[in-house]
Write a protein that binds this ligand. Sequence first.
Ligand SMILES: Nc1ncnc2c1ncn2[C@@H]1O[C@H](COP(=O)(O)OP(=O)(O)OP(=O)(O)O)[C@@H](O)[C@H]1O
Ligand SMILES: [Mg+2]
Length: 504
Amino acid sequence: MRLELRGITKRFGSFTANDQISITVEPGQIHSLLGENGAGKSTLMNVLFGLLHPDEGEILIDGVPTKIANSGEAVRRGIGMVHQHFMLVPVFSVAENVVLGFEPTKSLNRVDYQRATDDIRRVSKEFNLEVDPDAIVENLPVGLQQRVEILKALSHDAELLILDEPTAVLTPQEIDALMDIMRSLAAAGKSILFITHKLKEVKAVADVITIIRQGRVVGTAQPTDSEGDLASMMVGRDVELTVEKSPFSPGNDVFEICDLVVRDDRGFAAVNGVSLNVRAGEIMALAGVQGNGQTELVEAIAGMRPVESGSITLNGHDITRATPREALDAGLGHIPEDRQRDGLVMSMSVADNLVLNTPRRAPFARRGSRNLAAVNANAEKIVKEFDIRTTSIQELVSSLSGGNQQKVIVARELSRPLEFLVASQPTRGLDVGSIEYVHRQMVNHRNQGNGALIVSSELDEVLALGDRIAVMYAGKISGIVDPSTSRETIGLLMTGTSAASIND
Ligand SMILES: Nc1ncnc2c1ncn2[C@@H]1O[C@H](COP(=O)(O)OP(=O)(O)OP(=O)(O)O)[C@@H](O)[C@H]1O
Ligand SMILES: [Mg+2]
């Protein structure tokens, strides 16, 4: 498909999210959109997929001006979309999810699941996207869930595929597999619009790069351009891709985990005897391939998942069986992995979300009644400091872009007094400029003598932040190393090779 977007403008009230955007995507082309959080990428894709209607401009498909009234019509016209946030129904099977809304019917009102299953097998095979059609989606690892989203997008003979940050939740191996899939789709003549914040991926797979800033196309770039050049085109200034850290002078232990065992939803010991200590003024980075117990470990620390045995101590207080509220009161800051489920109340304003963990405390409340002036002043200050892109602090957090939602959580946790921070994938979905800022804040936090445990599946982030690096594999710590350790050694620890058997 040859797609042309001509002068697309989309406004929300007085705010212009897309301003006269023109882009052409050729058949067989992988076209990457690069831009800051809130630049307007998802908005543009939603316009193309019929979920939003442009105020101005037109869409041409193979040269023909086309109005796309809704997503059903987009699909009929050969457009498939993988959304920034998963749109799957967790309790449905893969087949049920893929056909949802487009169920093949045998007779009126009877869904033909046999045909659906056969269709999925065929498409899986054709595009090398293996997944069991009968599996229940919530039981699949995120990488496979992402595959189901792509299958769903492709199963209606899509000629143009929109991928809105499909790699944010994937492991490096899954990302490589996805990039192979993208290349083979392009080789088969399909057009792909690919959004990511990871410059390496853009360089690896894009044919053409369009850069969007504050709703406008500001230029195009080549995959051969350096990461630094791409970053500065995007942000409009130079970005430091690695953060300066002052020498490390840790104090006493502030946080201690002893022989911890935590079960996952299926009763399996996902954390199986973990011991760790973190000192004041120290960032412990926890590396590992996703799915090795990191998620359950963080949930247990935050009081969101029961501990089977072992203990968690924060500043001498036993918080092993603390509720989330008690953990918070003990001085724990928490940046959860699933921002929409655990980090925000989507139906509340930005201002309210920024005091979510301290609504009943001074200065935000006095003698049981809310101090709105303080809540609003706090929001104005944080929004400015963290450059959260919102038209107003009273805006619902649900209307913020994905990256800006993440910034709300990070800003809230880093701007209140804490004894200890536990963060899970804190910069997921953030643009390079925001990552630079958040990393600097985390290092400041550490320089002020606070401890932190930062879980990340990005090796770059682990190496940039960690004063020490713990590696988790199969529910256990496979090694604790210092940040001068080679990537290869950390990689080996991540696949379960024991520290003792590695000669550096
Ligand atoms: N329904 C809405 N109502 C009001 N404002 C909106 C709405 N949807 C998006 N916006 C605003 O439009 C801007 C662009 O958002 P969009 O989601 O397109 O950004 P993005 O480039 O995809 O960013 P990210 O990289 O963080 O996903 C944001 O500032 C957002 O607050
Ligand atoms: Mg987006």
